[in-house]
Design a protein around this ligand. Structure first.
Ligand code: MRU
Length: 343
């Protein structure tokens, strides 16, 4: 199966970060070469690289770029600068904190750049392994011939590996299960149309694109047997922040008695938050809605509300698929038990 590579460190100690520019897909395959922290920050901010795990891996390499020309003593400011690029996906802060902790363990006389480059590579490799394990656990929940509805993009473009929710679909397909995937276009930035439909097509899987507001009808027609989405941050009780529109899908799934699955690595859990109420929701520019990919579609100056994420209550989630296994029912007790030593 041919999958895109979203994030790649090129070279060794003096290397740079190469990102597949996701703002240009599916029309063009163009890479951005990031050679300093600000370039990585901008790429994250502009969604050239996006998806919670891919953001975390990119930020880790962003710190390596910063260390190439700066003394380790100022690391806190660099961490804060990268952490402020997007607020909702906790993988960003998770990766940065891990890098900072690792730097504190630098042996006397050691080279901080090589030391942290190694750690960023470990984070990337672990993400690949987590995706593979999520794929295996999740594929067991799907059966041959089922229709699966997904939202936003959660594939190789959003991670360092095969993806989370899409990784489950890729794994099930490799096991010979013929799935019919419905991809929500995912307004306003169309990650479903531009990225998920593209990725699934590239992998030769059966994908049908729908507008977000068609999900209820597609469910009512009996075409969907499972909803499968990713996550940007999961609170201790299982409340899950993901791309705007996820919550409405969960409500629809419940109304149609369709299982609603979240697939995410342990790095997406934020157990410092007791519930989803404390998850920061990114607010993006109104122009993303008024002036989208097809040009101006709303009157100049109209008021716009543009939250990039929403929170789905744990009660609406049938199960969370992690690299450590499936969490079901979704409750603080079952989450803590499954994550165990990863807390
Ligand atoms: O704004 P985006 O494109 O970064 O949002 C991405 C999502 O909401 C994904 O579903 C989530 O990050 C999980 S990716 C494996």
């Amino acid at each position: 199966m041919k999958l895109a590579r979203a994030v790649e460190w090129v070279g060794e100690r003096n290397g740079y970060l190469r990102l597949l520019d996701q703002t240009r897909l599916p029309k063009e395959i163009i890479y951005r070469e990031c050679r300093d922290l600000e370039a990585v920050r901008l790429a994250i901010r502009e969604l050239a690289v996006r998806g919670a795990p891919a953001i975390g891996v990119s930020a880790a390499y962003g710190l390596v770029l910063w260390l190439q020309t700066n003394a380790p003593a100022g690391i806190d400011a660099a961490v804060d600068r990268l952490a402020s690029s997007r607020p909702t996906a906790v993988n960003l802060v998770w990766a940065l904190q891990r890098m900072r902790r690792r730097l504190a363990e630098l042996p006397a006389g050691g080279d901080p750049v090589t030391w942290l480059l190694d750690e960023a590579r470990v984070i990337e490799a672990e993400d690949q392994a987590m995706c593979a394990a999520i794929g295996q656990h999740g594929a067991e929940l799907l059966r041959d011939g089922q229709g699966v509805l997904t939202h936003c993009n959660t594939g190789a473009l959003a991670t360092a590996g095969i993806g989370t929710a899409l990784g489950v679909i890729f794994t099930a397909a490799q096991q010979g299960k013929r799935l019919h995937v419905f991809a929500d276009e995912t307004r306003p930035l169309l990650q479903g149309a531009r990225l998920t439909a593209w990725e699934l097509q590239q992998a030769d899987l059966d994908v049908t694109l729908i507008c977000d507001n068609m999900a209820a009808q597609v469910m009512k027609e009996g075409r969907v047997q499972a909803v499968l989405v990713g996550a940007d941050r999961i609170a201790a009780n299982g409340d899950t922040a993901n791309k705007i529109g996820t919550y409405s899908l969960a409500v629809l799934a419940k109304a149609h008695s369709i299982p609603f699955y979240v697939a995410a690595p342990s790095s997406t859990f934020d157990l410092s938050l007791s519930n989803g109420g404390g998850i920061p929701i990114e607010q993006r520019e109104g122009r993303e809605i008024t002036h989208g990919f097809i040009g101006q579609i709303a009157p100049e100056g109209v008021k716009v509300y543009n939250p990039a994420f929403d929170v789905t209550n744990a009660e609406l989630i049938t199960a969370i698929i992690t690299e450590l296994g499936v969490i079901q029912p979704v409750q603080e007790r079952t989450i803590r038990k499954r994550l165990g030593s990863r807390l």
